[in-house]
Every structure is written in structure tokens, then in C-alpha cells.
Design a binder for this molecule. Structure first.
Ligand SMILES: [Cu+2]
Length: 145
């Protein structure tokens, strides 16, 4: 029944739904009934939504390098409510980890590999991050403002 174009639109709608979910948004689209003609418009609207994801919902990217046995940073800064992506790189011989308990982050990173921890920054305050395998040596402060 459906033309090939219908499937493409279906995929787009799926991607858009994911993007909207990432913003915690409840875009109550009615199942895309009128999507056939509205597809380009829908795409443009979603891009706007993503950038304007507002309410302090900014994104923060942090590069953090682990070695044996320390992190290259001992303090991280972020804004409360922002989406944080910590790009971990393990330049050591041992497996390391990034744990930020209050944000629910607990990400292992194998020796010589990369990993990413994503989380929402908690309420303003001063916290600690650690490598759960070497918490006495590998730790630092997270400042949330
Ligand atoms: Cu470690």
C-alpha cells in the first residue's frame, strides 16, 4: 500500500521521536497521520527544538583522560540540569572507571580504550568523582553551579 516515500518518513519520525525524548519533551504527535506532506516542515521544526532545548538544558562536553593512576583533571565544572557528556580516554594499562554517584554515572573504560559517560548534572553543589577501582588515587571535585 505505502509508497517508498512513506517508509522514509516513518524513519524520520522515529529519529525525531528519539531526539524529542532526549530533551525530556512530550511532543504529543498524533502518530504522524498527516506526515506525508508535512515531512520537511517536521524535520525543520525538530532541529529548532533540539537547539532551543532550553530551560538551562545546555550541553557540556568534558574530556577526561585516565592513566595509571590519575585523571588529567581534578576538578570538573557543570551547570545544574545540563546534559553532560564525559569522554573518557584510558591511556593506562589498567582498567579505569568514572563514577559520579549523585548523577548516576558509573562508566568503565578498558585499558587503551575510550568510553563515554552521559548524565544530567544534579543540583548545585560540590561533589566528588572517582575511579571506583582506585578511589584513593583517582578522584576529583565536581562543581555544579
Ligand atoms: Cu582507576
Amino acid at each position: 500500500m505505502r509508497r517508498r516515500g512513506g517508509m522514509v518518513i516513518g524513519v524520520l519520525v522515529g529519529v525525531l521521536a528519539l531526539a524529542a525524548a532526549g530533551c525530556g519533551g512530550g511532543t504529543d504527535d498524533g502518530g504522524g497521520a498527516s506526515a506525508t506532506t508535512a515531512a520537511p516542515t517536521t524535520t525543520a521544526a525538530a532541529e529548532t527544538t533540539t537547539t532551543a532545548c532550553g530551560d538551562g538544558g545546555s550541553e557540556t562536553e568534558i574530556q577526561l583522560v585516565a592513566s595509571d593512576f590519575k585523571f588529567d583533571k581534578t576538578s570538573l565544572d557543570m551547570q545544574s540540569g545540563s546534559q553532560v557528556k564525559v569522554e573518557l580516554r584510558n591511556q593506562g594499562q589498567a582498567e579505569h572507571n568514572f563514577t559520579f554517584t549523585e548523577a548516576g554515572a558509573n562508566q568503565d573504560v578498558e585499558a587503551g580504550e575510550d568510553a563515554t559517560a552521559t548524565f544530567t548534572a544534579p543540583a548545585a553543589g560540590s561533589y566528588q568523582f572517582t575511579c571506583k577501582y582506585h578511589p584513593s588515587q583517582m578522584k576529583g571535585t565536581v562543581t555544579v553551579t
